[in-house]
Write a protein that binds this ligand. Sequence first.
Ligand SMILES: *[C@@H]1O[C@H](CO)[C@@H](O)[C@H](O)[C@H]1NC(C)=O
Ligand SMILES: *[C@@H]1O[C@H](CO)[C@@H](O)[C@H](O)[C@H]1NC(C)=O
Length: 480
Amino acid sequence: MLFRNRFLLLLALAALLAFVSLSLQFFHLIPVSTPKNGMSSKSRKRIMPDPVTEPPVTDPVYEALLYCNIPSVAERSMEGHAPHHFKLVSVHVFIRHGDRYPLYVIPKTKRPEIDCTLVANRKPYHPKLEAFVSHMSKGSGASFESPLNSLPLYPNHPLCEMGELTQTGVVQHLQNGQLLRDIYLKKHKLLPNDWSADQLYLETTGKSRTLQSGLALLYGFLPDFDWKKIYFRHQPSALFCSGSCYCPVRNQYLEKEQRRQYLLRLKNSQLEKTYGEMAKIVDVPTKQLRAANPIDSMLCHFCHNVSFPCTRNGCVDMEHFKVIKTHQIEDERERREKKLYLGYSVLGAHPILNQTIGRMQRATEGRKEELFALYSAHDVTLSPVLSALGLSEARFPRFAARLIFELWQDREKPSEHSVRILYNGVDVTFHTSFCQDHHKRSPKPMCPLENLVRFVKRDMFVALGGSGTNYYDACHREEF
Ligand SMILES: *[C@@H]1O[C@H](CO)[C@@H](O)[C@H](O)[C@H]1NC(C)=O
Ligand SMILES: *[C@@H]1O[C@H](CO)[C@@H](O)[C@H](O)[C@H]1NC(C)=O
């Protein structure tokens, strides 16, 4: 069982890798050898203090391990870092749900046996796990906008249902919540001890995994919160575009992007060969196998140390996995170059960014509402936001990924407000398109709020190359 041994070794590596992964998040942005004096070196050093070594060529197995985000020792993070004369005003957190069971099955194979109940004697574990379960069982439907009130508040199937959050997923978000608690509540006193319902803004899509992820994070953040003060809103769109979802040009970008994806796949003969081999193993037409999106299921096997499925024709194996994962990475690379996804992202992310700056602006006026906003979402939510902000080099959102906007006030100049942007604990403020050059001109370790506001209200549409300088025009451009 060569495969098993190799797998074991990989998993042993996982803990180690998870530990350094924080510093590795922005690998593509940050050269391994620290740059000498370049203007950028200042912020880069700050982002990544440890010299670490990434595999010299992109390694699909290493990338997959980062994606799994297996919980391990407490991570270091840059959230809440600010000079002492800065006061934290509000925090806006976008998360991807935690580790989940696959959304698709590989046809004609037994699906992986993963237990989605929450138990103390199984790894990964979090000291608040039992208290979380007990607190959830006291929750009532009144805390949730319909149809969220029909969803279970924590995973509970001995054989996971499709797409169900796993214990790993719960632990990931309990950890996220606790980390944010230590920084934002204990250190920066974002909320008073007797915080009130309107100081939180909670929103989730209608999937059990996003609701449960949001609840786990919230429980880590505010242990034993009063259920009467919690209200989760339901967001029907994965783009969180609320009342502004209609945008024909966005759909046109998406169609072109999908066409690009399709053509790239056709060019990859090794990938086609791999799908062919796997289709033979499971004995279905190649087309049907491909349509079943096998990488989703294979990642679950990989992240959970469950060997890939076998049939009497053979086994799906690590080589198949590597080929498909490598293609995914190449696809992301081409996606960045071709910019169609950028067009989709700018239009897709505008409504939620617009909502966020609205919330920030109200907080700068001294309103004490919605100081902590949590959006529990998907990879297809975070990815466009990252791309629209100009963070296209950021890695694809892993399980339990978090993207955070912090709003700060300079106590020495109370009229000045600034933002910081953090992705998985890494400060990426000066990698965004709206603040790329700012730190070269200013000694402040953050970005003026006006930059973000100007970007969202107008400048972000410049990336589309048309004449539109607002959402409505950009969405209805004729010439596209
Ligand atoms: C992986 O699975 C094997 C057997 O299936 C087990 O012996 C091993 O402890 C597991 N490794 C980890 C890191 O969980
Ligand atoms: C942006 O937000 C403002 C309120 O802050 C709202 O009036 C406007 O309609 C929003 N625009 C879009 C396109 O969502």
